[in-house]
Write a protein that binds this ligand. Structure first.
Ligand SMILES: [Mg+2]
Length: 212
């Protein structure tokens, strides 16, 4: 079967790199924000975030995001991301795994490539530079584009329109099915779940098989 896939749309955090320490730093910054917002201690904020996230997941039956949890707590995503960009230094946590840029450079010769992330542009650029993948993507879709965090059907529709591709011509790559892949799959896109670098590196073989 000849594949129709023309565009690859990658999640960034947890997909193109995995780093628990950076994830914990983001969680700590979110706790500081909720602590200030609610005038409670950082420990109480952590518990409130965890409980709210569990409640959201239970109510929807789907994995929930930090962004939606902050919104449910009455927070403002713009303020949160200004603080993330000011307080978080990805350079303290990330190093380069050259296998990832090598594979992506090979794929960039054959496919249009995009990033679609709930992160902000400043941190995304910094992270892409550190992991060695900057410049490989035609466009970076971030939270600032519409302040509608993934998963969001309207935002996905906008991406299809802006890249000029039918859903069936797109492959979405992410580390969280409910957040990154469920809506694209419902729209008819191909999806690829990658929870670590080894799984991500199998993407090239997956696409090669699709071409047969
Ligand atoms: Mg992710």
């Amino acid at each position: 079967m000849q594949s129709d896939i023309k565009a690859l749309i990658f999640d960034l955090d947890g997909t193109l790199y995995v780093n628990n320490d950076l994830g914990m730093e983001i969680s700590r910054a979110a706790c500081r924000y909720v602590s200030d917002l609610k005038n409670i201690s950082a420990e109480e904020a952590a518990e409130l975030i965890n409980q709210t996230r569990r409640d959201l997941s239970q109510a929807t039956g789907l994995d929930s995001t930090l962004s939606h949890t902050i919104l449910a707590l009455g927070g403002d995503l713009r303020t949160l991301h200004t603080r993330f960009a000011d307080e978080i230094r990805p350079a303290d946590f990330l190093s380069r795994d050259r296998r990832v840029p090598e594979m992506l450079k090979g794929l960039a010769d054959k496919y249009e490539m995009y990033i679609y992330t709930n992160n902000n542009l400043r941190l995304s650029n910094s992270i892409m530079e550190l992991i060695g993948v900057k410049g490989l993507f035609a466009r970076i879709f971030t939270i600032e584009d519409n302040w509608r965090p993934k998963p969001d059907a309207e935002a996905i529709g906008t991406i299809y329109r802006l890249i000029g591709r039918d859903p069936t011509e797109c492959l979405f790559i992410g580390d969280r099915y409910d957040v990154d892949l469920r809506i694209p799959a419902e729209r008819g896109s191909a999806v690829f779940l990658a929870n670590n670098v080894i799984e991500l590196l199998s993407l090239a073989q997956f696409l090669a098989r699709e071409k047969i």
